[in-house]
Design a protein around this ligand. Structure first.
Ligand SMILES: [Zn+2]
Length: 367
């Protein structure tokens, strides 16, 4: 959820900028910045209410129970044919979605940087899932990738609303335009979570949802650039902070808690270990905060193993999402499932399993 947690876990509009950052700006910002933050918190709250009922993890659980199974489309068959189909719309600074269609699949570059970044970025994310995990789009069934750029005026956020991706241009001071590849990968991966059985957007399962989105956002960048685990910076939202903000990104998987340290924004609050787990009722139970713990476990595992992180580590995390069968999973349950998947793929005595267990142990989640 983008806005302040109001006790409703339904309609999870999953945003890249966490509410704790906006709340700080609403209190500490200049008159103009505080007004922007308040209006953004209000807008995002309104977006939630405008939306049709959203299938939450719990609703999916009930539905799946009624259907007698939880196997996702993607898990039941591997995609062999690419059905990449993108549609990029121009929001024209307004709130309506999806806005005016500016570039559809196969069209040449539009000349609008945000449109073309969203088009290319969605292609990179699609190819990561299709080529590395045989998944055909977010739903595993060739779903059209609809994106809107230039959403509202000076809009300081990007989100997945359950049906499409939406990006603001930022106000140019605190945030710049949001069509950055790790952000695109993050938002689209919320779609993958949703169509893979879901993770309730609250508490630890919500933080796992956020972490999955961060991991696959980072993997999209690494795969596009052909970088191995030790060659990459493991930052999410790099370059979207404005020129006057002291920080490099929204989050760091390598060193959670160090992405920014700014007079206005304060200190990045992410923990890297369960000892520093943040118990809070804000941010849907700290979904954007405690995601630092599973994020760091993935980083450690990829680093121990070396090589391309989207290959073995990415496959284990992806398959864990497909097999989890538990929308209210805790960190410990997720960790145990990754180990089970790794044993199935590489064998109980393998280096992969040894390194994976070591990574979980180092963040305070021994399996
Ligand atoms: Zn998110």
């Amino acid at each position: 959820m983008c806005a302040i947690c109001d006790g409703h876990a339904r309609n999870p509009i999953t945003c890249i900028v966490p509410p704790h950052m906006l709340e700080v700006l609403a209190i500490r910002g200049s008159k103009k910045t505080a007004a922007m933050a308040r209006s953004l918190l209000d807008q995002t709250r309104k977006v939630r209410h405008e939306r049709a009922e959203f299938r939450t993890g719990r609703a999916m659980l009930e539905e799946a129970g009624a259907m007698g199974g939880f196997v996702s489309t993607a898990l039941s068959r591997a995609a062999t044919q690419s059905n990449l189909d993108r549609a990029i719309h121009d929001g024209e600074g307004k709130a309506g979605l999806p806005g005016k269609l500016l570039r559809k699949e196969g069209d040449p570059a539009s000349g609008d940087a945000a449109v073309d970044e969203a088009y290319d970025g969605a292609g990179n994310v699609y190819r990561l899932y299709f080529e590395a995990f045989s998944r055909d789009s977010l739903d595993g069934n060739g779903m059209k990738l609809v994106q809107t750029v230039h959403h509202r005026r000076n809009y300081n956020n990007a989100f997945w609303n359950g049906e499409q991706m939406v990006y603001g241009d930022g106000d140019g001071e605190i945030f710049q335009k949001f069509t950055e590849l790790s952000v695109i990968g993050h938002e689209m991966s919320h779609g993958v979570v949703q169509f893979s059985g879901g993770l309730l957007y609250e508490g630890q399962s919500g933080a796992l949802n956020e972490s999955f989105a961060d991991v696959f956002g980072a993997l999209t960048v690494q795969r596009k650039l052909g970088l191995e685990a030790h060659e990459t910076d493991w930052l999410v939202g790099k370059g979207i902070l404005g020129p006057d903000i002291r920080g490099v990104a929204l989050r760091s998987m390598k060193a959670p808690g160090t992405a920014y340290s700014d007079a206005l924004l304060g200190q990045d609050p992410q923990p890297y270990h369960m000892d520093f787990f943040v118990n809070t009722t804000g941010d849907s139970g700290g979904v954007h905060i405690n995601s630092g713990v599973p994020n760091h476990a993935f980083y450690l595992f990829a680093q121990y193993l070396g090589g391309k992180a989207w290959e073995k580590p990415g496959t284990i995390w992806y398959q864990t999402m497909q097999r989890l069968n538990n929308p209210v999973a805790t960190f410990a349950q997720w960790a145990a499932q990754t180990v089970e998947v790794a044993i199935g793929l590489h064998g109980a005595g393998s280096l992969e399993v040894l390194f994976l267990k070591r990574a979980w142990k180092l963040v305070g989640l021994p399996v």
